[in-house]
Design a protein around this ligand. Structure first.
Ligand code: FES
Length: 340
Protein backbone atom coordinates (compact mmCIF):
# COMPACT_ATOMS: atom_id res chain seq x y z
CA UNK A 1 0.00 0.00 0.00
CA UNK A 2 2.87 2.35 0.77
CA UNK A 3 4.32 1.85 -2.68
CA UNK A 4 1.45 3.54 -4.51
CA UNK A 5 2.58 7.00 -3.41
CA UNK A 6 6.02 8.42 -3.74
CA UNK A 7 7.82 9.96 -0.81
CA UNK A 8 7.92 13.29 -2.58
CA UNK A 9 4.16 13.32 -3.16
CA UNK A 10 3.50 12.39 0.45
CA UNK A 11 5.92 15.03 1.67
CA UNK A 12 4.24 17.63 -0.52
CA UNK A 13 0.88 16.57 0.84
CA UNK A 14 2.04 16.83 4.44
CA UNK A 15 3.71 20.16 3.84
CA UNK A 16 0.44 21.70 2.66
CA UNK A 17 -1.42 20.68 5.79
CA UNK A 18 -1.88 24.12 7.24
CA UNK A 19 -4.20 24.99 4.37
CA UNK A 20 -5.95 21.65 4.43
CA UNK A 21 -9.74 21.58 4.49
CA UNK A 22 -12.37 19.16 3.28
CA UNK A 23 -14.43 22.18 2.29
CA UNK A 24 -12.64 22.16 -1.04
CA UNK A 25 -13.89 18.66 -1.70
CA UNK A 26 -17.49 18.43 -0.49
CA UNK A 27 -18.71 14.95 0.31
CA UNK A 28 -21.96 14.24 2.07
CA UNK A 29 -22.13 10.48 2.47
CA UNK A 30 -19.78 7.64 3.27
CA UNK A 31 -20.50 3.93 3.07
CA UNK A 32 -19.22 1.58 5.75
CA UNK A 33 -17.14 -0.99 3.88
CA UNK A 34 -15.82 -2.70 6.97
CA UNK A 35 -16.61 -2.67 10.69
CA UNK A 36 -14.03 -4.44 12.76
CA UNK A 37 -13.39 -4.72 16.54
CA UNK A 38 -9.72 -3.92 17.11
CA UNK A 39 -9.52 -3.71 20.92
CA UNK A 40 -11.81 -3.87 23.92
CA UNK A 41 -14.75 -1.52 23.23
CA UNK A 42 -12.95 -0.08 20.18
CA UNK A 43 -14.22 -0.57 16.64
CA UNK A 44 -12.53 0.43 13.41
CA UNK A 45 -14.79 1.63 10.59
CA UNK A 46 -13.53 1.63 7.03
CA UNK A 47 -15.41 4.26 5.03
CA UNK A 48 -15.65 4.63 1.26
CA UNK A 49 -17.32 6.86 -1.29
CA UNK A 50 -20.73 5.27 -2.04
CA UNK A 51 -20.06 5.72 -5.77
CA UNK A 52 -16.63 4.10 -5.52
CA UNK A 53 -14.66 7.26 -6.29
CA UNK A 54 -11.39 8.19 -4.64
CA UNK A 55 -11.83 10.12 -1.41
CA UNK A 56 -10.37 13.60 -0.92
CA UNK A 57 -6.74 13.77 0.12
CA UNK A 58 -6.17 14.54 3.78
CA UNK A 59 -3.31 15.12 6.13
CA UNK A 60 -2.36 13.60 9.51
CA UNK A 61 -4.33 15.12 12.36
CA UNK A 62 -7.45 15.59 10.19
CA UNK A 63 -10.89 14.66 11.44
CA UNK A 64 -14.28 14.16 9.88
CA UNK A 65 -17.67 14.98 11.39
CA UNK A 66 -20.33 12.31 11.13
CA UNK A 67 -24.01 12.18 12.00
CA UNK A 68 -24.76 9.07 14.05
CA UNK A 69 -28.03 7.14 13.71
CA UNK A 70 -29.10 8.70 17.00
CA UNK A 71 -28.69 12.21 15.59
CA UNK A 72 -25.44 13.09 17.34
CA UNK A 73 -22.73 15.00 15.51
CA UNK A 74 -19.34 13.57 16.35
CA UNK A 75 -15.80 14.22 15.19
CA UNK A 76 -13.40 11.37 14.55
CA UNK A 77 -9.74 11.58 13.60
CA UNK A 78 -8.67 9.71 10.51
CA UNK A 79 -6.28 6.88 11.40
CA UNK A 80 -4.43 6.46 8.16
CA UNK A 81 -2.66 5.45 6.13
CA UNK A 82 -2.71 8.98 4.79
CA UNK A 83 -1.75 7.92 1.26
CA UNK A 84 -4.78 5.63 0.83
CA UNK A 85 -7.44 7.27 -1.31
CA UNK A 86 -9.85 4.35 -1.69
CA UNK A 87 -10.97 4.52 1.93
CA UNK A 88 -10.75 6.41 5.20
CA UNK A 89 -10.54 4.70 8.57
CA UNK A 90 -11.71 5.86 11.98
CA UNK A 91 -11.57 4.07 15.33
CA UNK A 92 -14.37 4.63 17.83
CA UNK A 93 -14.36 3.77 21.51
CA UNK A 94 -17.76 2.77 22.86
CA UNK A 95 -18.38 4.95 25.89
CA UNK A 96 -21.43 3.67 27.74
CA UNK A 97 -21.27 6.68 30.08
CA UNK A 98 -20.87 9.26 27.32
CA UNK A 99 -23.47 11.33 25.49
CA UNK A 100 -24.56 8.46 23.26
CA UNK A 101 -22.69 9.24 20.04
CA UNK A 102 -20.20 6.38 20.21
CA UNK A 103 -22.85 3.90 21.37
CA UNK A 104 -25.12 4.95 18.52
CA UNK A 105 -22.36 4.56 15.96
CA UNK A 106 -21.08 1.20 17.21
CA UNK A 107 -24.42 -0.39 18.01
CA UNK A 108 -26.44 1.19 15.23
CA UNK A 109 -24.18 1.04 12.18
CA UNK A 110 -23.39 -2.08 10.19
CA UNK A 111 -21.27 -2.86 7.15
CA UNK A 112 -23.04 -1.56 4.05
CA UNK A 113 -24.78 1.29 5.86
CA UNK A 114 -24.39 4.86 4.68
CA UNK A 115 -23.39 7.62 7.09
CA UNK A 116 -23.96 11.32 6.66
CA UNK A 117 -20.72 13.28 6.63
CA UNK A 118 -21.09 16.85 7.83
CA UNK A 119 -17.57 18.05 7.13
CA UNK A 120 -13.99 17.74 8.18
CA UNK A 121 -10.93 19.76 8.98
CA UNK A 122 -7.43 19.55 10.34
CA UNK A 123 -7.03 21.48 13.57
CA UNK A 124 -4.09 19.35 14.68
CA UNK A 125 -1.61 19.45 11.80
CA UNK A 126 1.97 18.33 11.88
CA UNK A 127 4.47 21.16 11.65
CA UNK A 128 6.97 20.00 9.08
CA UNK A 129 9.15 23.06 9.56
CA UNK A 130 10.33 20.95 12.48
CA UNK A 131 12.16 17.69 11.88
CA UNK A 132 11.65 16.14 15.32
CA UNK A 133 8.29 15.14 16.74
CA UNK A 134 7.16 13.74 20.08
CA UNK A 135 3.76 12.06 19.81
CA UNK A 136 1.91 11.30 23.06
CA UNK A 137 -1.29 9.26 22.91
CA UNK A 138 -3.67 8.23 25.66
CA UNK A 139 -6.35 5.62 25.03
CA UNK A 140 -8.40 6.25 21.90
CA UNK A 141 -6.33 9.42 21.45
CA UNK A 142 -3.98 7.20 19.48
CA UNK A 143 -6.02 7.77 16.30
CA UNK A 144 -4.52 11.04 14.95
CA UNK A 145 -1.08 10.18 16.29
CA UNK A 146 -1.06 6.80 14.57
CA UNK A 147 -1.73 8.63 11.30
CA UNK A 148 1.09 11.05 12.07
CA UNK A 149 3.52 8.24 12.89
CA UNK A 150 2.71 6.40 9.66
CA UNK A 151 3.33 9.57 7.64
CA UNK A 152 6.50 10.58 9.48
CA UNK A 153 7.94 7.09 9.07
CA UNK A 154 7.87 7.64 5.31
CA UNK A 155 9.86 10.88 5.54
CA UNK A 156 13.57 10.23 6.02
CA UNK A 157 14.30 13.78 7.18
CA UNK A 158 11.80 13.54 10.02
CA UNK A 159 12.39 11.78 13.33
CA UNK A 160 9.72 10.96 15.86
CA UNK A 161 8.86 8.92 18.89
CA UNK A 162 5.34 7.79 19.70
CA UNK A 163 4.39 7.20 23.33
CA UNK A 164 1.21 5.17 23.73
CA UNK A 165 -0.48 5.10 27.15
CA UNK A 166 -3.34 2.74 27.89
CA UNK A 167 -4.80 0.57 30.61
CA UNK A 168 -3.69 -2.77 29.19
CA UNK A 169 -2.90 -4.55 25.94
CA UNK A 170 -6.52 -5.53 25.36
CA UNK A 171 -7.65 -1.91 25.37
CA UNK A 172 -4.89 -0.64 23.07
CA UNK A 173 -6.01 0.18 19.54
CA UNK A 174 -3.55 -0.71 16.75
CA UNK A 175 -1.24 -2.53 19.18
CA UNK A 176 -0.30 -5.33 16.79
CA UNK A 177 0.28 -2.81 13.97
CA UNK A 178 2.58 -0.79 16.22
CA UNK A 179 4.47 -3.89 17.31
CA UNK A 180 4.95 -5.06 13.73
CA UNK A 181 5.67 -1.71 12.11
CA UNK A 182 9.09 -1.27 10.48
CA UNK A 183 9.38 1.80 12.72
CA UNK A 184 8.45 -0.04 15.93
CA UNK A 185 11.67 1.12 17.58
CA UNK A 186 10.10 4.59 17.48
CA UNK A 187 7.20 3.44 19.66
CA UNK A 188 6.95 3.03 23.44
CA UNK A 189 3.79 1.45 24.84
CA UNK A 190 2.96 1.86 28.51
CA UNK A 191 0.12 0.16 30.40
CA UNK A 192 -0.93 1.57 33.77
CA UNK A 193 -3.45 -1.13 34.66
CA UNK A 194 -6.01 1.58 35.39
CA UNK A 195 -3.92 2.89 38.29
CA UNK A 196 -3.09 6.60 37.86
CA UNK A 197 -0.06 6.17 40.13
CA UNK A 198 1.37 3.85 37.47
CA UNK A 199 1.01 6.38 34.63
CA UNK A 200 3.95 6.85 32.31
CA UNK A 201 6.35 9.44 33.69
CA UNK A 202 6.76 11.88 30.82
CA UNK A 203 9.06 14.24 32.71
CA UNK A 204 12.24 12.64 31.29
CA UNK A 205 10.76 13.27 27.83
CA UNK A 206 9.72 16.87 28.44
CA UNK A 207 12.20 18.07 31.06
CA UNK A 208 14.62 19.58 28.56
CA UNK A 209 13.06 21.66 25.78
CA UNK A 210 14.37 20.88 22.32
CA UNK A 211 13.54 21.75 18.73
CA UNK A 212 10.93 18.98 18.69
CA UNK A 213 7.22 19.64 18.40
CA UNK A 214 5.02 17.82 20.90
CA UNK A 215 1.58 16.49 19.95
CA UNK A 216 -0.77 15.08 22.56
CA UNK A 217 -4.21 13.53 22.26
CA UNK A 218 -5.93 11.64 25.02
CA UNK A 219 -7.89 11.93 28.26
CA UNK A 220 -8.03 15.22 30.10
CA UNK A 221 -5.66 13.98 32.81
CA UNK A 222 -2.94 13.14 30.30
CA UNK A 223 -3.35 16.44 28.48
CA UNK A 224 -3.26 18.40 31.72
CA UNK A 225 -0.13 16.52 32.71
CA UNK A 226 1.59 17.24 29.39
CA UNK A 227 0.49 20.86 29.58
CA UNK A 228 1.97 21.18 33.06
CA UNK A 229 5.23 19.48 32.13
CA UNK A 230 5.70 21.47 28.94
CA UNK A 231 5.02 24.92 30.37
CA UNK A 232 8.67 25.88 29.90
CA UNK A 233 8.63 24.94 26.20
CA UNK A 234 7.88 27.50 23.47
CA UNK A 235 4.10 27.48 23.21
CA UNK A 236 4.07 27.06 19.43
CA UNK A 237 5.79 23.70 19.78
CA UNK A 238 3.05 22.13 21.91
CA UNK A 239 -0.12 20.87 20.24
CA UNK A 240 -3.25 19.28 21.69
CA UNK A 241 -6.27 17.54 20.26
CA UNK A 242 -9.20 16.20 22.23
CA UNK A 243 -12.53 14.91 21.09
CA UNK A 244 -13.14 12.96 24.28
CA UNK A 245 -11.89 14.95 27.23
CA UNK A 246 -14.75 17.41 27.15
CA UNK A 247 -17.32 14.64 27.47
CA UNK A 248 -16.33 14.02 31.05
CA UNK A 249 -19.03 14.94 33.52
CA UNK A 250 -21.92 14.49 31.08
CA UNK A 251 -23.48 11.87 33.35
CA UNK A 252 -24.13 14.66 35.88
CA UNK A 253 -25.71 17.06 33.40
CA UNK A 254 -28.92 18.91 34.17
CA UNK A 255 -31.42 20.33 31.72
CA UNK A 256 -31.56 24.11 31.37
CA UNK A 257 -32.90 26.82 29.07
CA UNK A 258 -31.11 29.24 26.79
CA UNK A 259 -32.73 32.48 25.67
CA UNK A 260 -31.66 34.05 22.39
CA UNK A 261 -31.23 37.78 22.82
CA UNK A 262 -32.23 38.86 19.31
CA UNK A 263 -35.50 36.96 19.04
CA UNK A 264 -36.33 36.20 22.64
CA UNK A 265 -36.70 32.51 21.72
CA UNK A 266 -36.29 30.07 24.58
CA UNK A 267 -34.75 26.65 23.91
CA UNK A 268 -34.50 23.78 26.34
CA UNK A 269 -31.17 21.95 26.49
CA UNK A 270 -31.69 18.41 27.82
CA UNK A 271 -28.92 16.63 29.74
CA UNK A 272 -27.81 14.50 26.80
CA UNK A 273 -27.51 17.35 24.28
CA UNK A 274 -25.20 20.32 23.93
CA UNK A 275 -26.33 23.91 23.45
CA UNK A 276 -24.84 23.74 19.97
CA UNK A 277 -26.92 20.70 19.05
CA UNK A 278 -30.08 22.40 20.30
CA UNK A 279 -29.30 25.57 18.38
CA UNK A 280 -28.68 23.55 15.25
CA UNK A 281 -31.98 21.68 15.64
CA UNK A 282 -33.76 25.01 16.05
CA UNK A 283 -32.27 26.30 12.82
CA UNK A 284 -29.90 28.75 14.50
CA UNK A 285 -26.61 28.82 12.65
CA UNK A 286 -23.45 28.81 14.77
CA UNK A 287 -19.99 28.05 13.40
CA UNK A 288 -18.47 24.85 14.73
CA UNK A 289 -15.78 22.35 14.01
CA UNK A 290 -14.25 20.24 16.77
CA UNK A 291 -17.33 20.08 19.03
CA UNK A 292 -14.99 19.28 21.88
CA UNK A 293 -14.17 22.74 23.20
CA UNK A 294 -10.74 22.96 21.62
CA UNK A 295 -10.93 24.79 18.29
CA UNK A 296 -12.65 28.05 19.25
CA UNK A 297 -15.12 28.03 16.35
CA UNK A 298 -18.34 28.16 18.36
CA UNK A 299 -17.44 31.06 20.62
CA UNK A 300 -20.70 32.84 21.46
CA UNK A 301 -21.45 35.99 23.39
CA UNK A 302 -22.90 35.51 26.86
CA UNK A 303 -25.40 38.11 28.07
CA UNK A 304 -26.45 36.59 31.38
CA UNK A 305 -26.28 33.43 33.42
CA UNK A 306 -23.75 31.33 35.25
CA UNK A 307 -21.69 29.02 33.04
CA UNK A 308 -19.77 25.86 33.78
CA UNK A 309 -16.98 26.37 31.26
CA UNK A 310 -15.78 23.00 29.91
CA UNK A 311 -13.68 24.22 27.01
CA UNK A 312 -9.91 24.49 26.61
CA UNK A 313 -10.09 27.75 24.67
CA UNK A 314 -11.40 30.70 26.67
CA UNK A 315 -9.05 32.67 28.85
CA UNK A 316 -10.20 33.39 32.39
CA UNK A 317 -10.85 37.03 31.50
CA UNK A 318 -13.08 36.00 28.58
CA UNK A 319 -15.33 33.69 30.53
CA UNK A 320 -17.75 36.27 31.87
CA UNK A 321 -18.69 37.39 28.37
CA UNK A 322 -18.35 34.30 26.20
CA UNK A 323 -19.28 30.63 26.12
CA UNK A 324 -18.21 27.74 23.89
CA UNK A 325 -21.63 26.30 23.15
CA UNK A 326 -20.37 22.89 21.99
CA UNK A 327 -19.40 21.79 25.49
CA UNK A 328 -20.17 24.35 28.19
CA UNK A 329 -23.41 24.41 30.13
CA UNK A 330 -25.37 26.22 32.77
CA UNK A 331 -24.54 25.81 36.41
CA UNK A 332 -27.37 24.23 38.45
CA UNK A 333 -29.87 24.40 35.58
CA UNK A 334 -30.14 28.19 35.49
CA UNK A 335 -31.14 29.98 32.29
CA UNK A 336 -28.40 31.37 30.04
CA UNK A 337 -29.00 34.32 27.73
CA UNK A 338 -26.91 34.23 24.57
CA UNK A 339 -25.98 37.00 22.14
CA UNK A 340 -27.66 35.28 19.20
S1 FES B 1 -16.78 23.71 17.97
FE1 FES B 1 -14.69 23.81 18.53
S2 FES B 1 -14.71 24.84 20.44
FE2 FES B 1 -16.81 24.54 19.98
Amino acid sequence: MIAVYTLSSLRASVQTMSSFSFAAAPLSALRVRRKQPIARDIVRFELVDPAGADLPAWTPGAHIRLLTPGGHTRSYSLCGPVQARDHWAIAVKRDANGRGGSVSLIDGVQEGDTLTMLGGDNLFPLDTDADQHILIAGGIGITPLYAMAQALALMPTQSFHLYVCSRDAQSTAFLSELQQAPWRECVSVHHDGGDPSQSLDLWPVLETPSAAHVYCCGPQGLMDSVRDMSGHWPAHQIHFESFGAATQGWADNQAFDVVLQASGRRLNVPPERSILECLRSAGVAVASSCESGTCGSCKTGLIAGQVEHRDLVLLPEQRSQHIMVCVSRSIHGGTLELAL
